[in-house]
Design a binder for this molecule. Structure first.
Ligand code: ATP
Length: 253
């Protein structure tokens, strides 16, 4: 990995790029993953590269869903495996969710390597390697494990594509997405759209889980009842608009 000086103003973002490049070299991330990261970065820039208040509300509601679920599953793709393997394992561990590898550019070797990477970070069960069910979709993200995504009641799908998000919604599941683009088909169709960088979102969700684990069921249910996803998306767009206006003003544009 290239040595990035810690005092570089865009340190976090440069480290993330290095991790994706490393993921490609290790054979866990596809080359297309670089493009997805680039699209995410541009939205992160518009958000000020920080967790907005609305993203934190969405993260808290997402944790309430995961804690109340019977079979919560965290879907892992090549980008998330490269960026946040330890956070995925920690969130699964603390929340009781199951990890499942699910890839658009799927090969048995990539699934195996991601599974091994998660295990090297302490993961117990990792599904996906023997996935045998197929959702009604023409690409390989359709391949899911019967015990995992297929029968899950709550699924966290970070950096998802819109088709599968919609398909999982049609199956009656609670779908939580992490996607920096508030206007992607994924963000517009999920139950809970977390518009935040996956690197920050998972860290926040781990902290929320620690705090909320001991809460009574009624409290978690009330968090879910009060949550309004359209309002969260609209708040996010408002934040972007305000940030752009204030940046322009401060530069005399
Ligand atoms: P959709 O089908 O939902 O419209 P898409 O075709 O725009 O999605 P994909 O290329 O399938 O998107 O997935 C990449 C998505 O992940 C993009 O919307 C991008 O903003 C988002 N993304 C990329 N990197 C990150 C990251 N580090 N954290 C959060 N979101 C990210």
């Amino acid at each position: 990995m290239t040595d990035i000086p810690k005092d570089h103003p865009r340190y976090e973002s440069l480290i993330a790029r290095e991790k994706i490049v490393e993921g490609i070299k290790m054979g866990i991330t596809s080359q297309q993953g670089l493009v997805a990261q680039g699209r995410g970065e541009s939205f992160d820039y518009l958000l000020g590269e920080k967790t907005t208040r609305s993203a934190a509300i969405a993260e808290r509601a997402a944790v309430a869903h995961i804690l109340l679920a019977e079979n919560p599953v965290l879907s892992v793709n090549g980008n998330t495996a490269a960026l946040v393997p330890e956070s995925l394992v920690a969130l699964a561990d603390i929340s009781g969710a199951t990890l499942e590898v699910n890839l658009f550019h799927r090969t048995a070797s990539r699934v195996h390597k991601i599974t091994q990477l998660l295990k090297s970070h302490g993961a117990g069960k990792v599904l996906g390697g023997k996935a045998e069910k197929r959702l009604d979709l023409s690409h390989d993200r359709a391949i899911v494990d019967h015990e995992g995504i297929f029968s899950a009641d709550v699924v966290l799908v970070p950096l998802e594509d819109g088709d599968r998000c919609q398909k999982l919604m049609e199956m009656g599941k609670t779908v939580i997405t992490i996607d920096l683009n508030p206007l992607s088909r994924t963000s517009l169709s999920a139950t809970i759209s977390i518009v935040d960088n996956v690197t920050r979102a998972l860290q926040n969700m781990i902290e929320f889980t620690k705090d909320m684990k001991a809460e009574k069921e009624e409290k978690l249910l009330s968090i879910i009842e009060e949550y309004n996803n359209n309002m969260i998306l609209s708040d996010t767009l408002y934040n972007i608009e305000e940030k752009l206006k204030s940046d322009a003003k401060s530069r005399g544009i």
